[in-house]
Design a protein around this ligand. Sequence first.
Ligand code: SF4
Length: 412
Amino acid sequence: MTTSKKRVVVARQQGGEGAGVTTRRAMEQLEWPPKGALRGRVLIKPNLLVLRPASSGATTDPDIVRTVVQMSLDAGASEVVVAESSNWGVDTDAAFEALGYGKLARETGCRLLNLKEDSFVEVEVDGQFMKRFLMPRTLIEADYVINVAKMKAHRMTYVTFGLKNMGVGSHNDDQKEEMHRIGNYAVLSDEVMDRGSGLDHNIVSVNLACRCDLTVVDGLVAQEGPGAPLTGGPVPAGLIVAGYDRVGTDVVTSTIMGIDPTTVPHMVLAHQAGLGEIDIGKLQLGGVPLEDIDVSFEPAINLDPGSFAPPGVEVVVGRACYACLGDLAYFIKRHADELAQLAPATIYVGKVGPVKPPMERRHLVFFGNCAGEHLYGGGFATGCPPRSRRQVFQSLGALDLYTSDENIDLSR
Ligand code: SF4
């Protein structure tokens, strides 16, 4: 029997069963591995964004990866490499050890690879903004690639599952930062305003450059709300989604989260680029029926950042893309107490047109390059979007109020 490439399976954790049992059930229902598919080197790409455990909703559960490693070896892989590049400023080797992957490697015999330290090869693709860039050699040369992503909301791209995990999680720090920024300014043009941030396009470019044979999405504990995908709220959804079609698997995961996949720009762009199926009606669904799943998620993107502002803090929103809106909503929600100490204050975001800020505002900040075009007094958090929360406090003249608790570089 030939396994359908359109098959996507949802498995639900039952009772107190371990993550490995649920994973194995998903893989078996998917009829994985396809006959004769596994040979040579298998590369598994988890999401170890930051040093937070799987129970926080931020990172891939090591017991899911352990099961995939074991099943790959049983199916004939000559070598299994678990490869990751954590968030910029985060030590991937430390993440491997802290999150249980060091133990996993010692016990299964797989190899851990810090992708930030891999050698890189230049690739060329027909992307919107990124046409030539560097990719890790081990990823490009792998014989079979399994993407073990996490189910999370995302403040720049609505959601992050398989496409995003591969699209931005595979590079060194400099390239990651570029991918979050290249093209953002261009998307404010009339032609492409509705098509997402530059990041959405760059995710597709990277996916065009590498294979992805299987996607497994860890939704045992997912993450929601402003702050996701780093510091959002955990959602114990108890689900694993697995499929061969990288777009189709994301489409099913997005539907589970209650987000219409046709409103997620990078999914639409990936489908248009020929990377997979966006029409859920054309996928072959298996496992738990979607109508039997009842989980709700708070989005990470809020197009009205001012709704989180404390009294006395005014937010003026101009023509802005998701990148600035999402980051600013997170900034304000997270630092509402500190901002309250600065009231009265005004924050401008996006192309706001010529402004004459109220003179009595002691604290005034233009958030992002678009707003800075009409700078008139006040502080300017440069960037597209601004690089760090620290930088915004600096622009507000209140660096003493900045604190970080993410176990990542203090410049963030
Ligand atoms: S400055 Fe902000 S709103 Fe303007 S394009 Fe860049 S990220 Fe988008």
